[in-house]
Write a protein that binds this ligand. Structure first.
Ligand SMILES: [Zn+2]
Length: 457
C-alpha cells in the first residue's frame, strides 16, 4: 500500500522532475546560480545578490574561512538599444547590443552615414577626413577554432576599435559581433577608452545584420564606381539609439573559501572562476561553469577526508568581465602571500582536450605524473606556455606556477556574451569530465612533495 501511494505521488510530479539524473556538485552550483540569481553584471544589485548566494552555498558545502572581500569599481549599465537601416521606403530594424562602457546617443537617437571597414587595421589606416562625422562599421568576421585563439586578434575590433574611431572623429561605432554563430544574437563585451577620450555610442550587430550592412555597402561601392559621384547613389545610413550610462563607483567583491592545508609554509593553491557575468544571458557558460567546475574539484578534496598539504583557496572572482577588477583587488590584498599555484576555469563547460604547463623546473616529476593521469581522460599535453586566465594574471605574471586545462572552444563563441548563454547549453557529461580533470590537477598540486615556491620566471 505504501509502495502504491509512493508510486501515485511520483506519478503526480511533472515528468521533468522525475527524469532528472542525480545532481552533481558542479551541476547543482551552476543550476542554482543561473536559476536563483541569473544575470549578475559587476557592481550591480544582482552581483551583490550573487555574492550572498555564493557565501551561503560555499558554507553549506562545508568549506572553511568563507568570506566576501569587497572592493569598489566604476559601473556602467545598459539602457535602451535600437538600430535601423534607413531606406527611402522606410526603416529596417537591426539587432544590436551596446558594448560595455559605450557612450549614449541623444535621447531621440542619432542618424549617420555609415563608413565600412573590413578590419580594425583598415580603419586605422583610413584618413581621419573620411571618418569624421560618420558611423564607423567594422566587419572583422571571426571563425570558430578549437582553442579559441582567434578571439585575441578579432576581439580587438571591440576592445580598441571604438576608442580609435572616436579619436578619428567618428560619431558612433557598430561592429560585427565578436562571435561565431549565425543567429540574430549580438555579442556584448567591454570596450576601453583612453582617459582623454569621450566615449561615443558603440554597439555590436548580430552576424546576419552585419551581413545586411555589408551587402548594402557593397552596392553603394559599386554604384560609386559606375557613376563616379556620390549624389547618384543612395548612401548606407543608420539610425541608432543607445542610452547606457555610468552610475559611478559601486561595490563588487571576491568570494573566497578554503580547504585548510597541513603545511602553511608550502604556499596556497588558488583556483576558481568568475562570479560576475554579462547582463544579457544568465552567465551559465561564462562563467557559472567555471566556478562550478573548480568548486566541485575542491569539494572532492574536502570529501576525501584527508587534509591536503597546501591550503586550497577557491575564489569566485568579482567584476572580471568589465576589466578584471577582482583579480587586481586580490593581488593588492594577497599578492605578497606565498602562492604555490594559481589557475582559473573561464572557457565554458565543454571537454578539456589539452593541458599546458607553467611550472618551475623543480616540478618536472609533477608534470610527468599529471601528463599520465590526465591522459586517462583523453587530455594530451600542449606546448603553449600556460597563462592562467584574467583573474590570476597578476599572480602568474609574478611567477606563480600555473596549469591551463584547455577546453574545447569550438562552440564557445557562438554563445559568449549573448542572451543565449543559458543553462541548457551545458552538456552535463562534458561538465563532469572538466571536474574530473580539475580534481586530478588540484589533488596533485595541493599534495605535491616538490617545492612549488620557486618562481617560474
Ligand atoms: Zn569569462
Amino acid at each position: 500500500m505504501i509502495r502504491f501511494i509512493l508510486l501515485l505521488s511520483l506519478l503526480a510530479l511533472p515528468l521533468s522532475v522525475v527524469a532528472q539524473p542525480p545532481q552533481s556538485v558542479a551541476w547543482n552550483i551552476v543550476e542554482g546560480l543561473t536559476t536563483e540569481v541569473g544575470p549578475r553584471l559587476a557592481g550591480t544589485e544582482a552581483e551583490s545578490m550573487a555574492r550572498i548566494w555564493a557565501v551561503g552555498k560555499l558554507k553549506a558545502l562545508g568549506f572553511s574561512n568563507v568570506r566576501s572581500e569587497a572592493f569598489v569599481m566604476p559601473v556602467w549599465v545598459r539602457g535602451d538599444e535600437r538600430a535601423s537601416l534607413t531606406y527611402d521606403h522606410g526603416p529596417q530594424n537591426l539587432i544590436i547590443t551596446a558594448l560595455g562602457n559605450s557612450g549614449a546617443t541623444p535621447t531621440n537617437g542619432l542618424n549617420g552615414e555609415v563608413i565600412g571597414f573590413s578590419s580594425l587595421e583598415e580603419m586605422i589606416a583610413a584618413p581621419n577626413d573620411e571618418i569624421r562625422g560618420k558611423i564607423v562599421y567594422i566587419g572583422n568576421a571571426m571563425h570558430a577554432t578549437q582553442d579559441g585563439s582567434s578571439y585575441g586578434y578579432f576581439g580587438n575590433a571591440r576592445r580598441k576599435g571604438p576608442n580609435i574611431a572616436a579619436k578619428k572623429g567618428a560619431v558612433a561605432v557598430v561592429i560585427r559581433s565578436i562571435g561565431t554563430d549565425h543567429h540574430r544574437m549580438p555579442h556584448t563585451g567591454v570596450t576601453n577608452w583612453d582617459a582623454d577620450v569621450k566615449p561615443i555610442p558603440s554597439a555590436a550587430l548580430s552576424s546576419p545584420d552585419a551581413d545586411q550592412i555589408e551587402r548594402n555597402l557593397a552596392r553603394q561601392h559599386k554604384c560609386f564606381e559606375e557613376f563616379q559621384q556620390k549624389a547618384a547613389c543612395s548612401l548606407v545610413s543608420l539610425k541608432l539609439l543607445l542610452t547606457p550610462k555610468f552610475i559611478g563607483e559601486r561595490q563588487s567583491g571576491n568570494v573566497i573559501a578554503e580547504v585548510p592545508g597541513t603545511d602553511p609554509a608550502a604556499g596556497v593553491v588558488v583556483i576558481g572562476g568568475h562570479l560576475d557575468s554579462w547582463d544579457l544571458g544568465t552567465g551559465a557558460i561564462d562563467d557559472g561553469a567555471g566556478v562550478a567546475i573548480t568548486t566541485a574539484a575542491a569539494k572532492a578534496i574536502l570529501d576525501s577526508g584527508k587534509k591536503p598539504r597546501r591550503t586550497v583557496r577557491v575564489i569566485w572572482w568579482g567584476a572580471e568581465e568589465v576589466g578584471g577588477f577582482g583579480g587586481a583587488a586580490y593581488f593588492k590584498a594577497h599578492g605578497t602571500e606565498a602562492h604555490a599555484f594559481a589557475s582559473e576555469s573561464d572557457f565554458g563547460a565543454d571537454r578539456i582536450w589539452r593541458v599546458d604547463f607553467g611550472l618551475p623546473d623543480s616540478a618536472k616529476a609533477l608534470v610527468a605524473r599529471l601528463t599520465s593521469a590526465l591522459a586517462a581522460l583523453g587530455i594530451g599535453p600542449g606546448s603553449d606556455p600556460a597563462s592562467g586566465g584574467t583573474d590570476v594574471g597578476e599572480l602568474v605574471k609574478s611567477g606563480v606556477p600555473v596549469i591551463d586545462l584547455q577546453q574545447d572552444g569550438t562552440r564557445y563563441f557562438d554563445l559568449h556574451h549573448t542572451a543565449d548563454d543559458t543553462l541548457d547549453k551545458i552538456d552535463r557529461v562534458q561538465l563532469e569530465q572538466n571536474v574530473a580533470a580539475w580534481a586530478i590537477v588540484l589533488d596533485a598540486v595541493a599534495n605535491a612533495p616538490e617545492n612549488l615556491l620557486f618562481r617560474v620566471k
